[in-house]
Design a binder for this molecule. Sequence first.
Ligand code: HEC
Ligand code: HEC
Ligand code: HEC
Ligand code: HEC
Ligand code: HEC
Ligand code: HEC
Ligand code: HEC
Ligand code: HEC
Ligand code: HEC
Ligand code: HEC
Ligand code: HEC
Length: 495
Amino acid sequence: MKRSALRVALVCAIAAMGVARAWAEPATPPAADQCLTCHLDQDSPEAIAYKTDVHAARGVSCADCHGGDPRSDDQDVAMSKARGYIGVPRKDQIPRLCGRCHGPGTEAFKARFKLDDVLTDFGGSVHGHALESNPGGPQCVSCHGVHSIARVTDPRSPVHPSHVIETCAHCHSNAAYMRDFDPALPVDQRDKYLTSIHGKRHAAGDIKVATCVSCHSNHLVLQVKDPRSPVYPTHVPGTCAKCHADARYMAGYGIPTTQYDDYRQSVHGKALLQKSDLNAPACNSCHGNHGAAPPGASSVIAVCGQCHQSNEDLYEQSAHRGAFAEKKLPGCMVCHGNHAVRAASDKLVSFDAPAPCAKCHRNDGTDTSAPEIVRMRGLLDSLTVGQTATLAVLSHAENLGMDVTDARYSLKDVNQSVVQSRVAIHSFKVRKLEEAARPGIAIIAQANRAGEEAVHEYKFRRQGLAVSTLIVTFLVVLLWLKIRQIERRQQGEKS
Ligand code: HEC
Ligand code: HEC
Ligand code: HEC
Ligand code: HEC
Ligand code: HEC
Ligand code: HEC
Ligand code: HEC
Ligand code: HEC
Ligand code: HEC
Ligand code: HEC
Ligand code: HEC
């Protein structure tokens, strides 16, 4: 009896404990997120996907985005407005929703996980503005997906470098979609990209090459005409240089990393980067925006010819054109380089290195083109050296007090000839160069003559002055003698 009484007491105690546990249950926080639990029971695709979401791993609940009470297993309670349930957010509200933790505020999550302020950049971007005007515009979920959001370094993420081309192209290659926003915006970026060296290597699995994001950034995507954009002309060289001037990053590709330094010091680089001259080429003017590839020997001429049309036209008809093409030499680049293009100078026409002609031409009697080259340099010198010499003569005349304004003024027109000659030289025909140089040389000759005549006249006037002084003195003496004579005669008459 003693034993059985003990057994009953034990059973009762256990039963009482069980009851107590059952009663105590609602008072303690749920072991699991009831939203997730019930939705998993319902085989909801969102809940299944969410198991792999970076947010789930960090304890973010369905309710942190959708609101509601995650402690209740009663659908009507959990998903009630009274408990803060907001339902499925409208698309144009999504950035603000994500921005509760990825925005400028100091929500608990933001503080705990040191989350960046992504919302401010997005809000200021062309995408953010598009969303303001059209709820179908881009928002966080268009690029990151939802319920299976992965870290951006995770190859599952749609913005991982291996997938980002397709993610951006999802809209940017969709003409019908883009028409609603900006019908003039091209939709060929991906197609062109696939033809570039970047795109070809990317397709082969290389994720170190430039993707849409390396050139346009991720959240603060701006219109290309916005001066803050990384692809605004003055910023393009720096954007490309992030990789192409980084020897460590580019190691293993076996291409030089000097393009940016060379370019910066070139006429083009100085004009664009120092003088903000948007007519000067940036990297993409020669390489294309999305189809970035070296132009290749055969198309260099066309690349430079976009802006230097006359030079191209003349070069196309020159003897060099055929001779260079045969040897696969890259046209303009042979004499001017590509990234380090310097200001043109008459010194380029010479038989002495580093003048480019020296690479192929000799002035030793064996080269039939040599006499023409000598004559060409002579014509160029007649213009430049001739102009300097004439200016010296005119200054001399001015110092002597002679008026040579007209002659000095006429020299202004010589520059036109200089400019035309420097273009005409691309025919590599003496006759063409002569045609361009002749008017300038004629003006120089005339101004020179005017200067020399002025100096001559000055000398003549000086001689004239001496003679007239002599004559005047002679006349004065004569007059004095005459007066004396008259005076003497008058004195004689008086006495
Ligand atoms: C007991 C089960 C249960 C719980 C708990 C529950 N849900 Fe649901 N939920 C459902 C079912 C079933 C549906 C689909 C049918 C419907 O819309 O009523 C649904 C639909 C939804 C939808 C889609 C609504 C729409 O308009 O398309 C969202 C969002 C959602 N639940 C979020 C939550 C969140 C957040 C919680 C936790 C705070 C939660 N649910 C808790 C069962 C549940
Ligand atoms: C990080 C924020 C976030 C979390 C966490 C989250 N959701 Fe969502 N959910 C969204 C957004 C944003 C949308 C709207 C997506 C859209 O419109 O493309 C959405 C849409 C939905 C929809 C509607 C889908 C449809 O096609 O209409 C359901 C259902 C849903 N969520 C359920 C859940 C459930 C269940 C959980 C938890 C397992 C959850 N969500 C967790 C942000 C979240
Ligand atoms: C146009 C596409 C796009 C949109 C829209 C977009 N993102 Fe991103 N996001 C990216 C890309 C691309 C990266 C990764 C960049 C990289 O490779 O470093 C990224 C990175 C992130 C990161 C991780 C890096 C960090 O800075 O913390 C977070 C978090 C993030 N995005 C959240 C958001 C949120 C929140 C929104 C909406 C307000 C949003 N994104 C809108 C493309 C986008
Ligand atoms: C309740 C807070 C909260 C909300 C709301 C929220 N996130 Fe997050 N998010 C986090 C936390 C916490 C992490 C994990 C940070 C960590 O571990 O470094 C995270 C991580 C991310 C990452 C991965 C960043 C990386 O390191 O690569 C992305 C992308 C992201 N969130 C996008 C979104 C998007 C898109 C939304 C809206 C649909 C959103 N988040 C809403 C809290 C939130
Ligand atoms: C190597 C750098 C680079 C890459 C990679 C790149 N872009 Fe561009 N993108 C540019 C430049 C440079 C411009 C034009 C600037 C200009 O017109 O002056 C541009 C222009 C644009 C424009 C404006 C319309 C146009 O075509 O001129 C859009 C849209 C665009 N890019 C989207 C993309 C998308 C989407 C991708 C990925 C498929 C991408 N870009 C890849 C550099 C790049
Ligand atoms: C959900 C669709 C969508 C996605 C995804 C998207 N974009 Fe856009 N993008 C747009 C829309 C819409 C515009 C705005 C067009 C307008 O109103 O001018 C735009 C504009 C741009 C512009 C400005 C073009 C100009 O000069 O006017 C650039 C650059 C750009 N996006 C790059 C990107 C890049 C890079 C990605 C991928 C990381 C991307 N976009 C992903 C829809 C998208
Ligand atoms: C994210 C890094 C990155 C950025 C930014 C970048 N590139 Fe590249 N680029 C590469 C890599 C890596 C290669 C592959 C090199 C190779 O295969 O020779 C490459 C190849 C090239 C090539 C072909 C070189 C050759 O002959 O093989 C050209 C031309 C080029 N890039 C131009 C540009 C221009 C112009 C820009 C800016 C508008 C730019 N790149 C921006 C990384 C980058
Ligand atoms: C005035 C036109 C022009 C500009 C501006 C220009 N490039 Fe080039 N680039 C060329 C030509 C021409 C080639 C060589 C083509 C060949 O050899 O077939 C070339 C070759 C290259 C190559 C292949 C490797 C090499 O050096 O031969 C890369 C990479 C490159 N450029 C990147 C750039 C970057 C980055 C910038 C801007 C900082 C830039 N380029 C500016 C015309 C230009
Ligand atoms: C996008 C237009 C553009 C392209 C493409 C371009 N240039 Fe230029 N180039 C200019 C401009 C503008 C200047 C004047 C810069 C200045 O202010 O000095 C210039 C100056 C020059 C000069 C110096 C002219 C002088 O008066 O001394 C030479 C030489 C030259 N470019 C050669 C080339 C070659 C070779 C190429 C191709 C590899 C090329 N350019 C491609 C626009 C361009
Ligand atoms: C065989 C050598 C050679 C080749 C090839 C060549 N140039 Fe020249 N370039 C010269 C010489 C020489 C000058 C004039 C130097 C002077 O007297 O100042 C010059 C001057 C120039 C100038 C400055 C004068 C002006 O027109 O403003 C530009 C620009 C120029 N070249 C562009 C080009 C372009 C574009 C190509 C290709 C279509 C090209 N060059 C091909 C030798 C060459
Ligand atoms: C890469 C080698 C190369 C360089 C550099 C070069 N030339 Fe030539 N040049 C040739 C060849 C080859 C011919 C002969 C073409 C023919 O007769 O078919 C030629 C022919 C000429 C001719 C005769 C044209 C004619 O119509 O008969 C002149 C003039 C000339 N070059 C001037 C120059 C000048 C000036 C320079 C420097 C600014 C220069 N060349 C640089 C290879 C070169």
